[in-house]
Each structure stands twice: as structure tokens, then as C-alpha cells.
Write a protein that binds this ligand. Structure first.
Ligand code: CAA
Length: 241
């Protein structure tokens, strides 16, 4: 039977592109979302991919949610894509504790919550794929994003540690670090600021969600079993590591 992939934040933006690509590659796919019912309904009607609503920042909700997905699709989650994330931009000297915590909860703690919910089953079955979506801004820093850069850099460290713990169990854990990609998140940046950023991208344009999904599909493939703890940077040459 085809493996089951679960994509968090999978009804819009990069997550939706990942879900659709994995479906096209022959996996069974389910996605989570937190609040936008209209977008979730539209996505599900368009793709026939089942959607599940819970908050990935909530540890218990993740445990319940993963069990619900496995029960609904009658198979366990073998592939986890930790994609859900938010921004709450602002210079540190103006940043509230709420802005800080919301981003750490959604972008970093959620990786723990979701990975914790699937890792036991993957270890028991001796196979698994986890891909965590970080960001160029966790690699290089970004004015106005101490919270986001900290969370995304944290995701990279988390990935390396979990990759070490999981390698002997047939589980790979990797990062895809997108640069500025044409999604609602990037569209929310002030157009003048964004123009300046696009000017720093050697390829001369924003990335496309499908271009990010392409790397995720590569990493979850059976033949990628020797790649673990890696960070794949997809940023149009804006930052080279
Ligand atoms: N570098 C250096 N200085 C900067 C700067 C920069 N990039 N941006 C602003 N400044 C300076 C301004 O010139 C200004 O200086 P003065 O006080 O001397 O005039 C000062 O900082 C304050 O600027 P603002 O009044 O604009 O500050 P603000 O707090 O109102 O706005 C901000 C800050 C909203 C964060 C704005 O700078 C911004 O939108 N930056 C872009 C953030 C960004 O790239 N977010 C990415 C979102 S998409 C994403 O995150 C996806 C992904 O993974 C890539």
C-alpha cells in the first residue's frame, strides 16, 4: 500500500504545493490546518486530499490528531512534513512577548509536538521520513525577525539531533530551507521592503511553491535513505551555505 504522508499547514502556500506533489508522486496524503475553514474546504474539494483541523502548537492536540488521521485513513503516518508556520515581524526593541512566543510555539515547538507524535511508530516499523521546513532567515538572520530566525535556526538544530537519534531505525530527518517564495506570507511584507529583498536574489524573482515541494519529494523518496540531517537551501542564490 502507498505510504501515508501528513503535511502540517497543508491547505495553502508551500504546504499545499507539497501535499499536491506528494499525491502526484503516488503517496496517500492528509493535511492539517488551524483556522481557515474556507481555504481548507476549497483545497480539499480541488484535490480530494482529506483535511484535519488542529493547532500544531498544542502537544496533546497533536497526539490526538495524529491518531485520528491514522484511524481515518486506516494506516499509520510514515512521512511527516512539518510545514506549518507563522511570522510576527517587528524589531526586537518593539517586539511583545506574545509576538515572540507565538512564533516559537508555531514554528519550533510544533516540530517537537508533531515529531513526538509519529516517531514511536516510525521506530517500531523501521522506516520513516521527516522533513522540516525552515527558512533562509534561520540561516542568515533577517531584520525584524528575531523570533522567526530563532525558531527556524532551532528547527535546523532539532533536525540534526533527531537525525542522529533516528538513523539506525531507518528514519531520515532533513530540512528544506526556502528563500522568499510567492505565498501569502511573503505577500504580507511591505511592497517597498519586498522589492529591496527581491533585488538581492540573484535568480531575480521569488521562488515558486512547486520548487520547494520538489525538494521535499526528493527527500521522502526511498532512494534518499542516505541523506539525513541535511539542509537543502532553495533561495535563488540569495544565501549560499
Ligand atoms: N536593514 C537595516 N535597517 C533597516 C532594515 C533592514 N532590512 N529595515 C528597516 N531598517 C531601519 C529603517 O531604515 C529604520 O531606520 P531609522 O529609524 O533610522 O529610520 C528603522 O530600521 C526602523 O524601520 P521601520 O520603521 O520600518 O521598522 P518597523 O519596526 O516599523 O518595521 C519590519 C520593521 C516590519 C520588520 C520591516 O523592516 C520589514 O517588513 N522587514 C522585512 C521582514 C521580512 O523580510 N520578513 C519576511 C517575511 S516572509 C518570511 O519570513 C518567509 C521566509 O521564510 C523567507
Amino acid at each position: 500500500m502507498a505510504r501515508l504522508a501528513l503535511v502540517t499547514g497543508g491547505t495553502r502556500g508551500i504546504g499545499a504545493a507539497i501535499a499536491e506533489r506528494l499525491q502526484r508522486d503516488g503517496l496517500r496524503v492528509a493535511v492539517t490546518y488551524r483556522g481557515n475553514d474556507a481555504a481548507a474546504r476549497a483545497f480539499s474539494e480541488r484535490t480530494a486530499i482529506p483535511v484535519f483541523r488542529w493547532d500544531v502548537a498544542d502537544f496533546d492536540a497533536c497526539a490526538r490528531g495524529v491518531a485520528e488521521v491514522a484511524a481515518a485513513l486506516a494506516q499509520p503516518v510514515d512521512v511527516l512534513i512539518n510545514n506549518a508556520g507563522i511570522t510576527r515581524d517587528g524589531a526586537l526593541h518593539k517586539m511583545s512577548p506574545e509576538q515572540w512566543r507565538a512564533v516559537i510555539d508555531d514554528d519550533l515547538n510544533a516540530c517537537f509536538n508533531m515529531s513526538r507524535a509519529v516517531i514511536g511508530g516510525m521506530r517500531d516499523r523501521g522506516w520513516g521520513r521527516i522533513v522540516n521546513i525552515a527558512s533562509i532567515n534561520g540561516q542568515k538572520g533577517q531584520f525584524g525577525q528575531t523570533n522567526y530566525a530563532a525558531a527556524k535556526a532551532g528547527v535546523i538544530g532539532f533536525t540534526k539531533a533527531l537525525a542522529l537519534e533516528s538513523a539506525h531505525k531507518g528514519i531520515t530527518v532533513n530540512v528544506v530551507a526556502p528563500g522568499y517564495t510567492a505565498t501569502e506570507m511573503v505577500a504580507a511584507v511591505d511592497p517597498k521592503v519586498l522589492d529591496g529583498i527581491v533585488g538581492q536574489i540573484p535568480v531575480g524573482r521569488l521562488g515558486r511553491p512547486e520548487e520547494i515541494a520538489h525538494a521535499v519529494a526528493f527527500l521522502v523518496d526511498d532512494l534518499s535513505g542516505f541523506i539525513t540531517g541535511s539542509t537543502v537551501s532553495i533561495n535563488g542564490g540569495q544565501y549560499m551555505v
